[in-house]
Design a protein around this ligand. Structure first.
Ligand SMILES: C=C(O[C@H]1C=CC=C(C(=O)O)[C@@H]1O)C(=O)O
Length: 394
């Protein structure tokens, strides 16, 4: 893949502002400036991706014609693929392998003047019970139920402050900052890779089954080991892997899926993780073609997918929008990287919306699932420059 390497210019371009997009993984650090063309259409219309694929191809051709030598498409795609994407072709793209960091500077603490959870605690737990009751009466085996925590701050929060603080606190993961049409900015650090494609090689790293990290090292190790042998979490994970295997098989001439999950940790969570590698039978398939076949995986939706999606629409009290969708980039050869849009928030002036979900299966306990969403929210809450400690912010 030919790209503009401008490592030495990275720090000068590193501040995500208005039309700036940043996506950093251990694989590639990408920063873009300017918007050559927006792609605000849905991936799926009338059950096909035809219009989207055609529009993307034409947008790449126009970018070439306008002098952008190696155009890429970047941005975020909503959970519901029939909703419009927040994608665009940037004017300039800078790839590197060194971290785009260290613009981090402490700022005056801000205050949370108001906070609202949708749904609130009792309603969330009720929805978990409702989902479990539904499993007994239907073929649904898993549903991921999520919530949004809305914070009103006493002052505006620059999205780049949050982004740099996330980078500072979370050395690993997929860091992203995406400008949105309404002036908001989607910011987060996802631990989960939906798909990476390089020539004929693909990688996916689904996560499902989680527990919170503990301060004491021995307790933390014990929590991780307990997760690794938890029947409930292994089952929750297996549903994801079996479905991803089913979707990827037809695309691949080789597919390597480890028989058992390993452990992956973030600063706040332990997860069951499976690193999947495959070789495409047709290297012309793009990362987005595979991503839209995979999405929504049972890690963010449930199993079986269409029924779980219906259940989510029934019991979840808010529109997920970009949360639990995908975020990343790809070039005109279809190579690229798309992470699952979790551990994230949207900043709009002095308002911040933070999102978290948890996979519900038959053996789930409403209290633990609520606690899991609280723990997952810590990644974003800890990165806010608020006076009181983050746990108190919930
Ligand atoms: C939906 C989220 O997590 C998913 C990804 C990893 C582990 C998950 C779990 O253990 O439930 C969820 O499937 C979230 O973090 O908001």
């Amino acid at each position: 893949m030919s790209v503009t390497f401008a490592e030495s210019r990275l720090s000068a371009h590193a501040i995500p502002t208005a039309s700036n997009f940043t996506f950093c993984s251990s694989h590639r650090k990408l920063h873009t400036t300017g918007i050559a063309e927006n792609l605000h259409l849905p991936i799926f219309e009338h059950n096909t991706t035809q219009r989207f694929t055609k529009s993307l191809r034409s947008a790449f051709q126009r970018a070439h014609a306008n002098g952008i030598s190696n155009p890429i498409v970047v941005g975020a795609i909503p959970f519901d693929l029939t909703q419009p994407c927040s994608l665009f072709i940037p004017v300039e793209s800078h790839f590197g392998t060194t971290p785009i960091v260290n613009q981090f500077s402490k700022r005056d603490p801000i205050e949370i003047v108001n906070r609202r959870s949708f749904p609130e605690e009792a309603r969330y737990k009720q929805s978990v019970k409702q989902a479990i009751a539904n499993f007994q009466l239907s073929d649904i085996r898993k549903a991921v139920l999520s919530r949004v925590l809305e914070l009103d701050l006493n002052t505006q929060l620059p999205a780049n402050t949050l982004f740099h603080s996330l980078q500072h606190q979370n050395p690993t993961g997929y860091h992203f900052s995406v400008p949105l049409e309404d002036g908001g900015q989607l910011v987060g650090v996802s631990p989960e890779l939906l798909i990476r494609k390089e020539a004929e090689w693909i990688t996916s790293n689904p996560l499902a089954g989680s527990t919170r990290r503990l301060r004491n090292a021995d307790d933390d190790t014990a929590a991780a080991l307990a997760l690794q042998s938890s029947h409930k979490d292994l089952y929750e994970h297996r549903l994801v892997i079996e479905e991803i295997n089913r979707v990827l098989q037809p695309f691949c001439s080789e597919l390597d899926i480890p028989a058992a999950p390993s452990l992956l940790n973030t600063e706040t969570m332990w997860h069951l993780s499976t690193l999947i590698r495959g070789r495409l039978s047709n290297a012309n398939i793009s990362a987005l073609d595979i991503a839209s076949a995979l999405h929504p995986t049972p890690a963010v939706c449930g199993y079986p997918t269409p029924l779980a999606h219906k259940l989510i629409n029934l019991v979840e009290s808010f529109d997920r929008g970009l949360f639990a969708g995908m975020v990343g980039w790809q070039d005109s050869d279809g190579n690229g990287e798309w992470a699952v849009t979790i551990r994230c928030g949207i900043v709009r002036g002095n308002q911040v919306s933070l999102f978290a979900g948890a996979g519900i299966v038959e053996d789930s306990c409403p209290e633990s699932e609520w606690a899991e969403t609280q723990a997952k929210l810590q990644t974003m809450l800890k990165a806010l420059p608020i006076q009181a400690n983050a746990e108190a912010a919930q």
